[in-house]
Design a binder for this molecule. Structure first.
Ligand code: ADP
Ligand code: MG
Ligand code: MG
Length: 944
């Protein structure tokens, strides 16, 4: 099945101020080839790029479709392009008097680091080297180039190109490298450049012998064989083990193929008027708009990146502690530096983004070898985006797309000083559950954490795993380190919610509670009270106290500017999940426009929880309604205060208050002392109390007596909460302030549950209005959709509900039938074996759970067109999930306060990517009945 490809044009030439291709031809020419063409041929650039040509990705496809052969025309086309190259360079490939040398470079559409290395100096042989020596008048240079060719060719073409699976540091390159090192060591040389001609000649002989011995084949001392060998190696590297693996991880399709770039060599290793370097049009570490780069005199190829010698800074600005005393390129070659500076300016203006460029100076002449959009960290990304916007280089939408939502995390958390990390050894590695850096003294229990913290110590809680009982100690710790558990384990979820540094699943360490120590894999033993430091962004544990660098987001001008653009562009609301008024305030600080999930249960954990928890327990073990009402009346005071404080913090922005959700038995005391105390207070015998507690036991509490089911069995529980909500709101309104609660019923599966609870709500509403002397209290009544049946029956649910909030944690759990607390046992295998591609608890499973959400939203809105729809699971802070919510047409997403900026940015990006989706932003419109635009809310007010 012969395919005709673009009129059989397999080769795109560039050089001499012209190019067949251009930047937008990345699919055909690969990233490197397209940019070489752009730099060489674009009328506004025409930069000095050594001439050459790109063999298209279609040839790669052909190669694999035709048993690793090339199309017939390829040879003649390569010949033609090579001729053009020879003309421009005034040299001939394979010529014994003045040989043209070539580089062969791979280049996929997207850069694939580690896929295939470049082969330089192709065309050198025992015969042609004589010409090179004669022309350059530099024997040393010629042999330096020759030994490099042999090493690269043996490695890339003869070994890897042949399909050998060479593990890092084990292959022929390493062996040849050792030969070089041996000479250096023997002679006491510090640098490669000190090798003499004779030593290089000997090295070349040794290399050839070693290649023959190890690989069983002679190094091909023939230019044409080298050239085709190089081209073939690039194509076969596309299916090399590393490339295939990389594609799988990055989800790059196998069909893309790679291009091959063949290019005339220029030499940075021709003496002290030659050099090679790498530079960025802006500082990729800070984002500052300053030309930043490094270079090496008398060097070739990747010497700069490989770190063989310490590179020198291109200018004063690029100096660092290591290179302080080096001569800058600007000083050493001022004219060439100016030329380079001009090009980098041009390139950035042209591409309208920070460029990463490679250049080489050969005997006082500057060449540009590569340019591409440069990688940058989060801090730099934000700064560059906003500054380029301010410079009018890019528009607001482009600026917003330039920052990956997760990069914002780096701006929000303190981080480990990278310099300190370089000089310290990692003692253990785990999963990076909570980014940022933290240090503290090791404690092994939550109680100890609380106690030590009270003494003013900074601690890190180290445990096998954590549970809700540890929350207080976790809160008081600088960071959390667990040996078990995955990215969605309790510790991970809690830490992420707080923006706390956390490492989970750190199997490298073993805890010995008997003597309060832990042992790291490397044998290191850490005692209670010893300092450790965590890099939660990468999951690394260090011994001792390493310095942290603090980040204050409010002072970050670029961040604030970016978020201004974000808010202008996004159409979906972003709210925060909050447990306390403090959380709510944190959410507001990060730009939350409401609370999408307020859980009142929090008052039963941690600091100040003693009394409410006691009252709750009293309520739980009550036998009669009267007993229960008595306990509830006392509890009411706490619930109301919590709700009122939160409503006040949110100042009229909506607060979705979820009615009591967890199974009651979770709160029941099991230890003797607590049981005795309770029995005394309640005036019932311990044996009786024990029996009541036993009666509450459930086999599957998560599927048991919880959520709305509690409210159905004990309407007085709902009544108490609803009364607290209405009274708090009425009081706030009467004091002239604003409040807007949304009552949310959890774990529903039928509209009848909603109607049942609604009767209570309506009754209490009337009572409170009467008692408080107000005409109306603004509120919405809605439900969480977290049971698949509820999503399917959404059309009916919407008859009673004003809003839906998809509780995607439980919805995922119940759709997959995966217990969220137990996925650690099997999910890693699922991900490893690609049975699932993502952890569905981290990013919404769009095909399955997402389908339920879509159906639920559609059916709900069919019944009630202005039904407000949001999401309040962990997914609300996951960028991909946020974009999905936008596509579904949700009104808002809600997530933990620290994820709010991420969700805002993701929402803005979704608005740029899917402008056709129209969403009404309800999230900001709860405002106490004044100037209400929210149609749902209006209708409710009219109906009461
Ligand atoms: P990578 O994709 O890993 O950056 P490149 O194809 O850019 O690989 O090649 C690596 C290095 O080889 C470049 O940084 C450059 O220094 C050197 N190089 C590539 N082509 C040439 C050439 N034509 N002349 C001189 N050096 C070259
Ligand atoms: Mg490169
Ligand atoms: Mg739930």
């Amino acid at each position: 099945m012969e395919k005709t490809i673009r009129g059989n044009k397999y080769i795109y030439f560039f050089g001499g101020g012209n190019a067949d291709g251009h930047e937008s031809m990345k699919n055909l020419l690969g990233g490197k080839g397209a940019n070489l063409a752009e730099m060489a041929g674009h009328p506004k650039l025409k930069l000095p790029v050594p001439p050459g040509f790109t063999i298209t990705t279609e040839v790669c496809t052909y190669y694999y479709d035709h048993k690793k052969t090339y199309p017939n025309e390829l040879r003649s086309q390569v010949g033609e392009a090579l001729e053009k190259t020879e003309k421009l360079m005034g040299k001939k490939f394979g010529d014994e008097k003045d040989p043209l040398l070539l580089s062969v470079r791979s280049g996929a559409r997207r850069s694939m680091p580690g896929m295939m290395e470049t082969v330089l100096n192709i065309g050198l042989s025992e015969k042609t080297i004589k010409g090179l020596i004669a022309q350059s008048n530099d024997e040393r240079f010629a042999y330096d180039a020759y030994r490099r060719l042999i090493m690269m060719y043996a490695d890339v073409v003869m070994e890897k190109g042949n399909g050998a699976d060479v593990r890092h540091g084990k292959g022929i390159r390493k062996m040849l490298d050792e030969k070089l090192e041996n000479i250096k060591e023997k002679q006491g040389y510090i640098s490669d450049t000190q090798l003499t001609v004779d030593e290089l000649k000997t090295l070349v002989r040794t290399y050839k012998k070693t290649v023959k011995k190890v690989l069983g084949k002679e190094f091909p001392d023939d230019p044409w064989e080298q050239l085709w060998g190089g081209i073939g190696a690039v194509f076969s590297s596309w299916n090399g083990k590393r490339a295939v693996e990389y594609r799988r991880i990055e989800k790059i399709p196998d069909e893309w193929g790679t291009a091959v770039n063949v290019q005339a060599m220029v030499f940075g290793n021709m003496g002290n008027d030659s050099c090679t370097g790498v530079a960025f049009t802006r500082n990729p570490g800070t984002g500052e708009n300053k030309f930043y780069g490094e270079y090496l005199v008398n060097a070739q190829g990747e010497d700069v990146v490989a770190g063989i010698r310490t590179p020198a800074p291109v200018n004063e600005y690029s100096k660092n502690a290591q290179s302080e005393n080096f001569t800058t390129l600007e000083k050493m070659m001022p004219k060439l530096y100016k030329e380079l500076d001009g090009y980098q300016n041009k390139l950035e203006l042209h591409y309208k983004d920070m460029q990463d460029i490679e250049f080489t100076i050969e005997k006082g002449k500057l060449y540009m070898l590569q340019c591409r959009v440069g990688k940058r960290n989060g801090i730099a990304a934000v700064r560059m985006a906003t500054e380029m916007y301010a410079e009018k280089l890019i528009d607001a939408k482009t600026a917003i797309m330039r920052v990956a939502p997760n990069q914002l995390v780096e701006l929000l958390l303190p981080m480990l000083d990278p310099k300190a990390e370089q000089t310290n050894t990692v003692i253990a590695k785990g999963l990076p559950a909570g980014p940022g850096g933290a240090k503290g003294r090791v404690v092994f229990s939550s109680d100890d954490a609380v106690e030590w913290e009270q003494r003013g110590e900074k601690v890190i809680l180290v445990r096998e795993e954590t549970s809700p009982e540890d929350v207080d100690g976790m809160h008081k710790s600088q960071a959390i380190l667990t040996t078990k558990g995955g990215m969605t384990s309790h510790a991970a979820l809690v830490a992420r919610g707080w923006g706390k540094c956390c490492i989970v699943g750190c199997g490298d360490i073993e805890i010995h509670h008997e003597n309060k120590t832990f042992k790291a894999k490397n044998g290191e033993v850490i005692k209670e009270g010893d300092w450790i430091t965590l890099n939660g962004t990468r999951g690394l544990v260090y011994e001792g106290s390493l310095p942290l660098v603090d980040i204050d987001i409010e002072k970050n001008k670029s961040y604030n500017e970016l978020m201004k653009l974000v808010d202008k562009i996004k159409v979906m609301g972003v709210r925060a999940n909050a447990e306390t008024p403090g959380d709510a305030a944190q959410g507001v600080k990060f730009g939350a426009e409401g609370i999408g999930l307020f859980r009142t249960e929090h008052m039963f954990y941690g600091e100040g929880s003693e009394q409410p928890l006691f009252l709750l327990r009293k309520m739980i073990v009550s036998k009669t309604e009267a007993e229960r009402r008595e306990a509830l009346n006392e509890l009411y005071i706490y619930v109301k205060k919590d709700i009122k404080d939160t409503l006040l913090v949110m100042n009229g922005h909506p607060v979705t208050i979820r009615l009591l959700d967890p199974p009651l038995h979770e709160f029941v005391p099991h230890d003797k002392e607590k049981l005795h105390q309770l029995s005394e207070e309640l005036g019932i015998r311990v044996s009786v109390l024990k029996r009541r507690v036993l009666a509450l036991h459930e086999n599957n509490p998560m599927l048991g007596h919880r959520g709305v089911r509690l409210g159905v069995s004990y309407p007085e529980i709902t009544e108490m909460q609803v009364r607290a909500i209405f009274e708090a709101t009425a009081e706030i309104i009467k004091s002239g302030k604003k409040a807007f609660p949304e009552i949310m019923v959890p774990v529903t599966c039928t509209v009848n549950e909603l109607s049942h609870q609604k009767k209570i709500v309506d009754r209490v509403y009337e009572e409170v209005c009467e008692a408080e002397g107000v005409k109306n209290i603004p509120y919405l009544y809605g439900t969480m959709i977290e049971i698949p049946r509820a999503a399917l029956k959404a059309g009916h649910m919407a008859e009673v509900a004003d809003f839906f909030s998809f509780g995607t944690n439980d919805l995922t759990q119940m759709s997959f039938g995966f217990s969220r607390d137990d996925i650690g046992g099997f999910l890693p295998n699922y991900l490893d074996q690609k049975i699932l591609y993502d952890d569905p608890f981290q990013t919404i499973d769009q095909e399955g759970v997402g389908e339920l959400i879509r159906i639920g939203t559609e059916r709900g809105r069919k019944t009630k067109p202005n039904l407000k729809v949001g999401i309040c699971g962990e997914h609300g802070g996951d960028a991909e999930s946020v974009k999905f919510c936008h596509r579904i047409g949700m009104n808002y997403v809600s997530c933990s306060p620290f994820r709010v900026p991420i969700a805002r940015l993701a929402a803005a990006q979704a608005a740029v990517q899917y402008p056709e989706i129209k969403i009404e932003n309800y999230a900001t419109q709860g405002n106490n009945g004044h100037g209400i635009k929210n149609p749902v809310q209006k209708r409710r007010l009219e109906s009461v």
